[in-house]
Write a protein that binds this ligand. Structure first.
Ligand SMILES: Cc1ncc(C[n+]2csc(CCOP(=O)(O)OP(=O)(O)O)c2C)c(N)n1
Ligand SMILES: CC(=O)[C@@H](O)[C@H](O)COP(=O)(O)O
Ligand SMILES: [Mg+2]
Length: 664
């Protein structure tokens, strides 16, 4: 009986250098005639190559190291790219990229113009479905399997394909995964070719949470690893159709009696496992059996170790989930240059300060305790902190429930992940005017994670909601004020959005001030004769204020009078401030770190309603109508046209300045 508590361990990286097996693999077809021993060696080389590549780029290393053997085994057994492999989240797909024609570019991972850190349809035919947000793989895989079946029905020459969805134990906590499993067993014969591989490494970004995670742990520890003999017993039945059903039922009953049926079996999946996900000698034959059987939908439960085979990752608390560039020998990561505290930590600090004196304050995260800074809250107030797992929809409605009973819940979710909980924001929070506080991190462009993680749309999807107050700080001091304001705002929902990364370096106040709702501030005012209209007004929402001030300096040097104001509120907007800026300036620019249609729409609407839009040259600056690829945030904002030079150019063009005039 093998021990399922930990897969076989042989954790050392082979010496860097030549990779005799890996060098022979340009695409997966090249490894399909490898012997078992060659596949094992290939996996070792692939692991080394992954470590070496990520040491030069940074990225999601731990998850990738955990699936090296699985990746090799899947490409050895399945006929990719015709058979589809869908990696849930896609952050573990680096070894897959190396084996699927992208080895030469692997050191461009997450770099400007380089490979994406996730799977992406446009990057390779071996990436049949793009991802980065979790828990979509089973739904997408089921859709593909059904599509293949329907196409094969229509066209006898079309061969059915296997669809393999690889989903982690953290990602399988989300509702979508259950919606898909609930549908799979009744989605028709196409689902027979669906194989879900549950990659259970007992880790999310943080340690996994919840009853499902506990259940998987019990499943793992209460059963021995499946032997090939067990498997043969399960799958070798090739009975006449009339007997098949009875035999299958008998098999289910037997399994249930001996080991207890699994939740997955109850959902109509053929459960196989647990299996040592690092043992190539097990993985390959098991996958072959599943490929050739008609038992689907199947759930193969593999046990792996996050960070596997690279000692610094294995021994780190976070298993090197996401790393900066590092030294391969020591594992030491390159430190970011010391800078001001991050917006995340500023929000967390102020929230903690309020929580000390107010027991009604609670904090909710959806599997991102450290990313949202709520880990500090958890350490101090464990009874008022809730990590609900990857379950943004539940997080929002759970917070709504707390708010309905008089608590002051803070729901801290990244802008991009809050998209998933939109109906909950509308129907459960806003419509009932419940005072949930949304601390929306990673607003705007986020850098190396790229378009999937950009917080581009929250202003649009929040500003249109009747009861919602929406704020965006221009710097970390303002964020302190907004956190404080959210704490005491009990009359309805309130959201504040702030970017990834460091603040501007301002000294933080002892405590945040309570802001007047819907009141902005003038930061720099152009001198003018009373009653005259001239120059440029820039009304900035969020941290573009710094660029706005730079632009103002440049325009001022050209003799153009510029007023710069910080809107603070995207909803309700400061109507008095808007009217003043429109009346006193020839050009009125708004700027925001979000897609067009968010803050600027609120301003335009007021200008139109007051007929001021007819008399001022209004120029809204927002993210362009396209997705911005991964890059350094500053370069991304250049590409988006939201840096000082573009503000200057916008102002000059509106003023009718001559083309070619010098810009900032
Ligand atoms: C909807 C959504 N919420 C949160 C995240 C952030 N996130 C990325 S990976 C991850 C952990 C996933 O855990 P698991 O599926 O077990 O994969 P592992 O990293 O352990 O291989 C989280 C929370 C996300 N990508 N998508
Ligand atoms: C894969 C994923 O979704 C997360 O790991 C994400 O990359 C975290 O982003 P931050 O680094 O901004 O916390
Ligand atoms: Mg996991």
């Amino acid at each position: 009986m093998s021990d399922t508590s930990k897969p076989n361990s042989a954790s050392s990286i082979p010496t860097m250098g030549r990779f005799p097996n890996l060098d022979r693999v340009r695409v997966p077809a090249d490894l399909r005639n490898f012997s078992a021993e060659q596949l094992r060696q290939l996996a070792e080389e692939l692991r080394s190559e992954t470590v070496d590549a990520v040491s030069t780029t940074g990225g999601h290393l731990g998850a990738s190291l955990g699936v090296v053997e699985l990746t090799v085994a899947m490409h050895a057994v399945f006929n990719t790219p015709d058979d589809r492999i869908i990696w849930d989240v896609g952050h573990q797909a680096y070894p897959h990229k190396i084996l699927t024609g992208r080895r030469e570019r692997i050191r461009t991972l997450r770099q400007p113009e380089g490979l994406s850190g996730f799977t992406r349809r446009s990057e390779s035919e071996y990436d049949p479905f793009g991802a980065a947000h979790s828990s979509t793989s089973i739904s997408a895989g089921l859709g593909m399997a059904v599509a293949h079946h329907l196409r094969a029905n229509d066209d006898p020459s079309y061969e059915e394909r296997n669809v393999i969805a690889v989903i982690g134990d953290g990602s399988i906590s989300a509702g979508m995964a259950y919606e898909a499993m609930n549908n799979a067993a009744v989605a028709g014969p196409g689902a027979k070719r669906l194989i879900v591989i549950l990659n259970d490494n007992e880790m999310s970004i943080a340690p996994p949470v919840g009853s499902m995670s506990n259940y998987l742990s019990r499943l793992m520890t209460s059963r021995k690893f499946l032997s090939l003999r067990d498997l043969a017993g399960k799958l070798a039945k090739r009975l006449p159709a009339s007997l098949e059903r009875t035999a299958k039922r008998a098999d289910e009953l037997t399994r249930g009696l001996i080991t207890g049926g699994t939740l997955f079996e109850e959902l109509g999946f053929y459960y196989v496992g647990p299996v040592d996900g690092h043992d190539m000698n097990q993985l390959v034959p098991i996958l072959r059996n599943l490929r050739d059987s008609d038992e689907g939908p199947v759930l193969l439960h593999v046990i792996t170790e996050k960070g596997r085979g690279y000692k610094p990752a294995e021994s780190a608390g976070d298993k090197y989930h996401a790393v900066s560039k590092f030294n391969v020998i020591t594992g030491e990561q390159k430190k970011a240059p010391a800078g001001p505290p991050s917006y995340t930590s500023v929000m967390a600090r102020e929230l903690l300060r309020h929580a000390e004196g107010d027991e009604r304050i609670t904090a909710v995260t959806a599997a991102m305790p450290s990313g949202t800074g709520l880990d500090k809250f958890a350490a101090k107030y464990p009874g008022r902190f809730f990590d609900v797992g990857i379950a943004e929809q539940h997080a929002v409605t759970f917070a709504a429930g707390m708010a309905s009973e008089g608590l002051r819940p803070f729901c801290a979710i990244y802008s991009t992940f809050l998209q998933r909980a939109y109906d909950q924001v509308v129907h459960d929070v806003d419509l009932q005017n419940l005072p949930v506080r949304f601390a929306i991190d990673r607003a705007g462009l986020v850098g190396a994670d790229g378009a999937t993680h950009a917080g581009s749309f929250d202003l649009n999807y929040l500003c249109c909601l009747p009861n919602m107050v929406v704020m965006a700080p221009s710097d970390e001091v303002e964020l302190t004020h907004m956190t404080a304001t959210a704490c005491v705002h009990d009359s309805g929902p309130i959201a504040f959005r702030y970017p990834r990364g460091s603040g501007t370096g301002l000294d933080l106040p002892e405590k945040g001030e309570i802001l007047e709702i819907g009141r902005g501030r003038i930061v720099r005012e152009a001198a003018r004769q009373p009653g005259t209209r001239s120059g440029v007004a820039i009304l900035s929402l969020g941290t573009r204020l710094t660029e706005s001030l730079k632009a103002a300096d440049h325009l001022a040097a050209q003799g153009i009078a510029v007023t710069v104001a910080d809107a603070r509120f995207a909803k309700p907007v400061d109507t008095a401030l808007i009217e003043k800026l429109a009346r006193e300036h020839e050009v009125f620019i708004t700027i925001e770190e979000g897609a067009a249609g968010g803050f600027s729409t609120q301003v335009i609407r007021h200008l139109a309603e007051t007929a001021l839009l007819d008399s001022v040259k209004f120029r809204p600056m927002a993210l362009p109508d396209c997705y911005i690829d991964h890059n350094l945030p500053d370069v991304q904002y250049d590409e988006a046209g939201l840096n000082a030079p573009q503000i200057v150019a916008t102002a000059q063009a509106a003023l009718g300045a001559q083309a070619g005039q010098q810009t900032a």
